[in-house]
Structures are given as structure tokens and as C-alpha cells.
Design a protein around this ligand. Structure first.
Ligand code: HEC
Length: 97
């Protein structure tokens, strides 16, 4: 993710760059209830543990789709968070492992 942010900066696309600080506060509001304040231990036992590197070994766009559509016991965030906000949260998640 760090290199992707650097790449986006090189390409001069400031609007597209993910904001980890915003992602962190969105995470605290929407996600920590189940995933735990620091991404683990999960509050809801079935919830993905974000300290495990493997949990996010997928491109941002695939993780984005899981979050938009929901998965298992997790509600979908389509219509609740904008894509840019979800990308901010994903950037934050990638700092947890
Ligand atoms: C109601 C509890 C709950 C909330 C709230 C919640 N999650 Fe989850 N999340 C889960 C559970 C349970 C799973 C495991 C789903 C499965 O694999 O069946 C999961 C899985 C995930 C995964 C892995 C998906 C995959 O494809 O394997 C990601 C990424 C994720 N959550 C991100 C988030 C983010 C970001 C938020 C906040 C915007 C959030 N979750 C809010 C319960 C929750």
C-alpha cells in the first residue's frame, strides 16, 4: 500500500490517495464493535483478525467488494460508506498487521 500511495503521488492523483487517519476514525465508528479496537482480538468470534497478514492478502478492490457486499455475519456497507471511505479504512487495516 505504501508503494501504491507513492505511485499515486507520482501520477499526481491527490484525490485518489487513501487517508489512513480518516480510515482509522471510520474504523472505530463502524468496524471496531466486531473486529476489535486494534483489529484484534475480534469482539465477534467469527470476525476476521486483521493482525494476521494473510487476512488482507488481496488487492484493495477485492477487499472493497467484500466490505460493500458484506460477508457471512458482516453487514454490507454499500450505501453507508462511499468507495473512497472504504479505501481509507482498508489503508488503515493494512497498518494493523
Ligand atoms: C456485525 C459485526 C461486523 C461489523 C460491524 C464489521 N464486520 Fe467485518 N467481518 C465480520 C465477520 C463475522 C467477518 C467474517 C465473515 C466470514 O468470513 O464469514 C468479517 C470479515 C471482514 C473482512 C474479510 C472479508 C473477506 O472477504 O474475507 C473484512 C475486510 C472486513 N470484515 C472489514 C470490515 C470493515 C472495514 C468494517 C467496518 C466498515 C467491518 N468489517 C465491520 C463482522 C463484522
Amino acid at each position: 500500500m505504501a508503494c501504491m500511495a507513492a505511485l499515486l503521488a507520482l501520477l499526481g492523483a491527490p484525490a485518489g490517495a487513501a487517508d489512513i487517519t480518516k480510515g482509522g476514525s471510520l474504523y472505530a465508528t463502524h468496524c471496531a464493535v466486531c473486529h476489535g479496537a486494534r483489529g484484534a482480538p475480534p469482539v465477534m468470534p467469527a470476525a476476521t483478525d486483521f493482525r494476521r497478514v494473510e487476512s488482507l492478502m488481496r488487492p484493495d478492490m477485492q477487499v472493497l467488494l467484500s466490505i460493500k457486499n458484506g460477508k457471512g455475519a458482516m453487514p454490507g456497507y454499500f450505501g453507508i460508506l462511499r468507495d473512497q471511505q472504504i479505501l481509507d479504512v482498508i489503508a488503515f487495516l493494512r497498518t494493523l498487521s
